[in-house]
Ligand binder design. Structure first.
Ligand code: MG
Length: 447
């Protein structure tokens, strides 16, 4: 059985205006969260995630911890739905907790979402336990870029998995067997993007209190540039009785990101125990293969607001389309078809995808059209209603007869397409017309 000693720090760094990281040091539960989102949303996401995580069981098993991370995801997601200004926020979350199995063995539960990391420093060797859920990590895993290139890649901040951006989240998790002398490090990318693995190893390989190590790590990351918020939790596995001697530790709570001096490292060591279990940590879930195409880091969720917006856009488009259809179809014109006067539905020359369709052809030939109307008919004389067009043809026939132009003729009815709508077979005769208007010879309706 083992105990823990720990130290934690979070720092704004030297470039960022605000610290969107948050740290939880609440023995036996430790976590780092690196929030993202506009304005203060990242801070809210990280703080919300850690606050929700504190509701996990007192000594959470791996399943408990995964459960807790999922509840954190739900808490962040719910909050981002409720508050428009927080929409799209998310956070990484890397959590470590000591628990005891039913048969009395100490174990560590580790859970991770995003690109914060957990390392194990054991007997001089540094090992990264978690796998980054990031675009560049996938590229490195696929052999497309090197670790060095990943550090300077323009999309190095793009996450493929984060907490709080979807209603549910997949959580990587491990059950680790602690060994006295182990030193665990949880950290945000503001640390490992500034310090190489060799530098981390060198700084962790120092026989000082974890709090001092945490402080040094932050100082060195700032010295290297401090281009991002920097958060670290250092947890040492010690034999029972090696701690300062306090009984069950006072609860540390999570660190205030605005106070870089806030730490609970001096609060306590862990519970008593004497036996270490010298087994190498074994991942309980092997890392998933990298996706072929990494997802965008801050994917928009389909909220009811988005649904409302999409619905409104669809409605506007539907109304506009109906208007276009109506404009394209609810028009008539008189023109020449096969040398005869005819009524068409549509616009001369067509409109968008609406081609004019032949409605009726009359036995009134072009040469019988009164001279004044020849040009308009050739160009297509338009009307807003079918009855206006019929009246126009009727008047053409009457005027043609009055002028003694070629009378109407009987022309054979052409083969037509299926008639789907009844149309007048004879335009109404003008009361004063000496001859009846020519009957239509053809009935063709478009769709
Ligand atoms: Mg960061």
């Amino acid at each position: 059985m083992v105990g823990l000693r720990w130290g934690a720090r979070t720092d704004v760094g030297r470039v960022r205006a605000a610290n969107q990281d948050a740290v939880l040091a609440d023995h036996p539960l430790f976590a780092v969260a690196d929030g993202m989102g506009g304005h203060a949303a990242g801070e809210v996401a990280a703080a919300t995630a850690l606050e929700a995580l504190r509701g996990v069981a007192r000594r959470p098993s791996v399943a408990d911890l995964v459960d807790g991370v999922r509840r954190s995801n739900g808490a962040v997601f719910e909050r981002s739905i409720r508050d428009l200004e927080l929409r799209g926020m998310g956070t990484t979350l890397c959590a470590l907790a000591l628990f005891r199995t039913e048969d009395g063995h100490d174990r560590l539960a580790l859970a991770n979402v995003g690109d914060s990391r957990a390392y194990l420093f054991r007997r001089g060797t540094l090992r990264q336990l978690t796998r980054d859920h990031s675009y560049v990590a996938d590229l490195v895993a696929a052999g497309q870029i090197t670790e060095e290139e990943a550090l300077h890649h323009p999309n190095r901040n793009m996450l493929t998995r984060a907490l709080g951006v979807e209603p549910s989240v997949e959580v990587d998790h491990w059950e680790l067997v602690p060994e006295v002398g182990d030193r665990y490090l949880l950290c945000s990318d503001g640390l490992f993007n500034e310090l190489s693995d060799d530098e981390l190893r060198e700084l962790l390989d120092d026989d000082v209190e974890p709090e001092a190590v945490a402080t040094t790590l932050v100082e060195r990351a700032n010295a290297a540039g401090g281009r991002d918020n920097i958060s670290v939790v250092v947890v040492d596995v010690v034999a029972d009785g090696e701690g300062p001697g306090a009984p069950e530790p006072a609860l540390g709570g999570w660190l205030d990101p605005d106070d870089p001096n806030d730490s609970h490292a001096d609060e306590d060591t862990g519970p008593s125990s004497t036996q270490a279990v010298p087994v190498v940590p074994v991942p309980s879930s092997p890392p998933a293969p990298p996706p072929a195409t990494p997802a965008a880091p801050r994917r928009r969720r389909f909220t009811w607001r988005v649904g409302l917006f999409v619905g409104a856009v669809v409605a506007v488009l539907a109304v506009a389309t109906l208007g276009l259809v109506r404009y394209g179809r609810d028009a008539w014109f008189v023109a020449i078809d096969d040398d005869h006067v005819a009524i068409f539905r549509g616009h001369p020359g067509g409109f968008l995808w609406f081609d004019p369709t032949l409605e009726q052809r009359y036995p009134l030939r072009l040469e019988a059209v009164p001279p004044a109307e020849v040009q308009p008919v050739l160009e297509g004389r338009t009307f807003s209603s079918r009855s206006d067009a019929v009246t126009y043809v009727r008047n053409l026939a009457r005027e043609s007869a009055e002028l003694g132009l070629t009378p109407t003729e009987t022309i054979p009815t052409t083969t037509t397409t299926t008639t789907t709508t009844p149309v007048p077979t004879t335009p109404p005769a003008a009361p004063t017309a000496p001859t009846s208007p020519p009957p239509p010879t053809t009935e063709v309706l478009g769709p």
